[in-house]
Design a protein around this ligand. Structure first.
Ligand code: NAD
Length: 470
């Protein structure tokens, strides 16, 4: 198998898991293949008036549930193979965490770091118009979200373009998730993937029988962690591991190199340093690694690759010293690298589970847009009145008033963000428990195989009930 084909790597994992299932062979083939792809080229004007042809893709891997869902990547390295692989991972991810969507992904071959904001807006709007023309976007059809190189700004452009071209539809904002709050986004979406990574690592570290062979104690506190990528996923994963989990972030790697401090790096201080200086290097008190890949191989308890795919391969797999590789990015370990890590007893928490927090909260955003009302407003007014009476009764009983800052929370209940975060925590923990149970009970080689097997069986089950014409 040639290296570099991301979809082949995903299919390899899928086939390995499928060997443990008794699903009909034809159905296995259907679950594995990508249902539809749209490859487009369109002209866009640069700021100087010159015209450039932009190549872009959208892949809808599985229509067993609708809408399909998946992020849009802006990167000069995007290919159709990569887009299909990421769409396939979305199908399995949604099935694993119980989000009722099929998998999709988009890619646009541009470098957002070197392009002007105006150019990026023109590309995003034209890309959206192309998707509309071919019926590759819509609240019931296919719902994009942010991914590598895109964020709230791009999602706002997509929502606005869709809204203006589809004027008759009531729930237009459900056509895309990861939007700014001011544009019908949902609080908690920005940090969702990174926070989900933290919950996933925490769930994994609770199992003493899995930690013992690695020579690790249970719990996140005190674990020495190296993170690759300080973007949306990496920043929030590192932040929560440090601030909620009390882990020690010893190393951070970005595209220009890495920094290391055995006593720990303050994630916010590093983030601000990079913002101010334009580089992660020369952070006070830290050792510089001009080649970030070297820091990937440094001693630590947990390595969190949160940047791109194919970071751990046959080239460096033998030199990785981490005891756990927590795949926050999609596909950071290729199948050759995976074989080496497995043989060396390194535990991998698979991407399809670990970074599912983003799509989970996207699902909440989509539900909210469909319902046209926020979650905290859905709590009944009656409930609020009952609580107010209760609070007054307790105040009379104790002869004192509740402090003013406690009162709104007691009466109004949790905020929308609190509801979203509690649901995310529950979803990540529950999904890990199913994954772990399947791994152990069915005596599977690893968590990844358990993940692919569970996802295959769930998608196949859904196909059995609907999705196959007689
Ligand atoms: P992002 O663009 O916000 O951040 C990526 C970061 O990685 C950037 O800071 C970039 O400078 C850095 N980077 C690039 N090349 C690097 C290198 N060679 N070494 C070290 N750092 C490098 O992207 P993101 O949204 O954080 O996505 C990161 C990964 O997580 C991708 O694999 C993506 O598919 C996956 N993912 C993202 C989401 C989401 O909600 N954003 C959800 C699920 C999975």
């Amino acid at each position: 198998m040639s290296r570099g084909s991301f979809f082949e790597s995903v299919s390899h994992y899928f086939n390995r898991a499928a060997a443990f299932s008794d699903v009909d062979k034809g159905l296995i083939d259907q679950v594995r293949c990508c249902n539809s792809t749209y490859r487009m080229r369109f002209p866009v004007k640069r700021d100087d008036g010159s015209i450039v042809v932009v190549e872009a893709f959208r892949a809808e891997h599985s229509h067993h549930r609708l809408p399909t869902k998946g992020g849009i990547r802006f990167s000069p390295d995007v290919t159709i193979d990569e887009t299909i692989a990421l769409a396939a991972l979305m199908t399995y991810k949604c099935a694993l965490v119980g989000v009722p969507f099929g998998g999709a992904k988009g890619g646009v071959c541009i470098d957002p770091r070197t392009e002007s904001e105006g150019f990026l807006e023109r590309v995003t709007r034209r890309y959206t118009a192309e998707l509309i023309r071919k019926n590759f976007i819509g609240p019931d059809i296919d719902v994009p979200a942010p991914d590598y190189g895109t964020g709230e700004r791009e999602m706002a452009w997509i929502a606005d373009t869709y809204k203006n071209l589809k004027i008759n539809s009531a729930d237009t904002y459900a056509c895309v998730t990861g939007k700014p709050i001011s544009m019908h986004g949902i609080p908690g979406r920005r940090q969702a993937t990174g926070l989900g990574v933290y919950y996933g690592i925490r769930a994994c570290l609770e199992h003493q029988e899995d930690m013992q062979p690695l020579g690790l104690t249970t719990g996140v506190a005190g674990k020495r962690i190296i993170v690759q990528g300080l973007g949306n996923v990496g920043y929030y994963a590192a932040w929560y591991l440090q601030n909620e989990g009390q882990a020690i972030i010893t190393g951070i790697i970005e595209r220009e190199g890495g920094i290391y401090n055995t006593n720990g790096l303050n994630v916010d201080a590093v983030f601000n340093h990079r913002k101010a200086e334009g580089t992660i290097l020369n952070f006070p008190g830290a050792q510089n690694f001009t080649n970030g890949m070297e820091l990937l191989e440094h001693e630590c308890d947990i390595l969190v690759p949160a940047a791109l795919e194919n970071q751990i391969t046959s080239e460096n797999g033998a030199r990785i010293q981490a005891k756990i590789v927590a795949e926050a990015a999609n596909g950071p370990v290729d199948f050759e690298g995976e074989a080496i890590l497995s043989e060396r007893g390194i535990l991998m928490i698979p991407d399809m589970y670990l970074n599912a927090g983003g799509v989970t909260v996207s699902y909440f955003e989509w539900l909210k847009n469909r319902a046209g009302v926020s979650f905290d407003r859905m709590l009944s007014r009656h409930e609020e009145l009952v609580k107010r009476e209760l609070v007054e009764a307790v105040e009379q009983l104790i002869g004192a008033k509740f402090p003013g800052d406690q009162l709104p929370r007691l009466i109004h209940g949790p905020s929308e963000e609190e509801i979203v975060i509690a649901a995310l925590e529950q979803s990540m923990t529950k999904a890990y428990n199913s994954l772990h149970r399947v791994w152990k009970e069915r005596k599977l080689p690893d968590l990844r195989t358990a993940g692919f097997l569970l996802a295959l069986e769930r998608v196949a089950e859904s196909y059995r009930h609907h999705g196959i014409f007689p």
